[in-house]
Design a protein around this ligand. Sequence first.
Ligand SMILES: [Ca+2]
Ligand SMILES: [Ca+2]
Ligand SMILES: [Ca+2]
Length: 654
Amino acid sequence: MTLPSSLRHVLACAGVGFALAAATVPALAATGSTAKPAPVHGLIVQLHNAPSHVTLARERALPQSGSALPREAARWQRLVAELRSDSAVLGELPDWVHAAPQRDPVGASAQLLRFVRPLTAEQAERVAARLAARPEVAWVAANSRERRQAIAGNAPDDRYFAGANGQWWLHPVQGSNANAIEARLRGVPGFLSAWQSSTTGNAAAVVAVLDTGITCHPDLGNLTADCIGGAILPGYDFVADGSYANDGDGRDADPRDPGDWVSQADRNADPARFGDCEVESSSWHGSVIAGIVAAQTDNGIGAAAVNWNGRVLPVRVAGKCGADVADIVDGMRWAAGLTVCKRSDRAGGCAEFVPANRNPARIVNISFGGSAACSPAYQQAIDELRAAPGGGALVVAAAGNAWGTPSRPASCQRVIGVGALNRDGFKTNYSNFGAVLAISTVGGDDGDGTWGAWLTDSGVLSIGNSAATVPADCTLPSANCYFYHYGTSFSAPIVAGTVSLMLSVNPTLSVSQIEQGLARSARPHVTSSVSGFGICSDSNTGRCLCTTSTCGAGILDATQALYYAADPAGYVNLRSADVIDTLELRAAVASGQDRPANSTAAPAVTGAGGGAMGSAWLFALSVATLALCGQVSALARLAQALRRLRTRHRTRRR
Ligand SMILES: [Ca+2]
Ligand SMILES: [Ca+2]
Ligand SMILES: [Ca+2]
């Protein structure tokens, strides 16, 4: 089967192995992973010259001559009729695929075709190829489910900023090769210095967190009936599919996280939807991310955060077993202040729009992703966000944890894709890497892989929730609501939070200035004189030395980023690269090349897995718990510095 090059391009952009025509070897069967390809919940179809949903709704409300409505209805009727009578589709697919699909608006002017049941990746690929071959179709993208970019493995703790096993990721850049690993922080962003030299942030620079929703937490200041208040703005719940939503309905104005646990009973009851999902406890992933960006800081309890006064817009896009691309795309658009459909009229029209977002965000964090190529559904939304009113919004996305090619949407164009570094500044064993990434910062070293024993650390300490299913009440003494976290999921919000600090310094920064600022202010990637410690490459995917072609422009530097924000035109970065040569590194390198954990089960990341990640992406870890209470550390000095800073602040305000 030969496809014209333009169509091949469209298919290559459409995810789920659509890059391969039916005659070639299916990508899905060629992966080394044993994970079953995830089902696809319909296809997102964009027609050429399609009017926006807003325009069509207006015309529906006020009928007039020259309306686009009849033309659009006829185009879709014809397209669906042709699909249902298509002999290739009829011949190869089960009967239920031929039932008329439900049509829902998605994005600005695309439609989500939902079939009676989820399609297998192969079925989706075949139907998409038939649709994409129609002249009126601009592109087709799979509505697959995207997964968290976290590595599970939380060790409980209840303590603050200071201490070698506290929030070291917020501590100043410091240490030399002569220091013990606990005192070496050459890979961290240096927030304490940024706060002291510039700003602790303000509330105007809203960060949208597209995730599992939000919980009430004393350290978010949102102990209210609806978990709104303090650091948390009124958000929205975009999870349209009630069977994944776990809150009993589709889209609604309550983005509280009801828990995203998946039980064996879920799998047994609905194998088509849950068959490829891991049985797991609730992740509270959205609350963790919100805590990294804007946990209330300097409030005497719990954890500190990047932006002391930051506000998070909770945009719930994920339920059980991940997030649909259609919900992510609509969540992104709403977050930036664009109009999104709430409820379909089941014939492709919008029966009701989501109320306008009163607090549009210029920073949109997404720590979910899939291994398929960036689809036009993502790219179009990303580009719309950049052009949104109010200066445009930037998407910050986690690179993913499969030690391979960055997952989407980090792999899309004009996104800030973020990789995860070790505290010394080199790539963690799990982080994805590639030329498409914009920047890297710490994500915690989980101790996996060949070198884990020498280089592990305590992870990114933030808020969380101890409950396995529905959220525990964090005001109860028995509830544990602080945890260590590992993964690129937690690197992305460190960057998103830094952008909110940049916008606190200078709210007029354009999206290109923010991008350039992050790149130009980044610290050069570390190098090493230890023989055998190689740069990251296709044959060296574990812990490795980053370059600008594998982990972005450099190591996130918060202090320098804020200097840039204050004076983009005059900014000059004079930093040179640190040269890493430590006892631990020498011992690790002597043991041979670092191999990622479960490397034999590593998913082939090009096109495999239908956009969702196999079990290897979310492998569980057990991490030693280190009680911080009563520990005396040199870093306790930092707590004092913080207190001094607070005093200065108050003085200045008075
Ligand atoms: Ca709901
Ligand atoms: Ca809800
Ligand atoms: Ca706090």
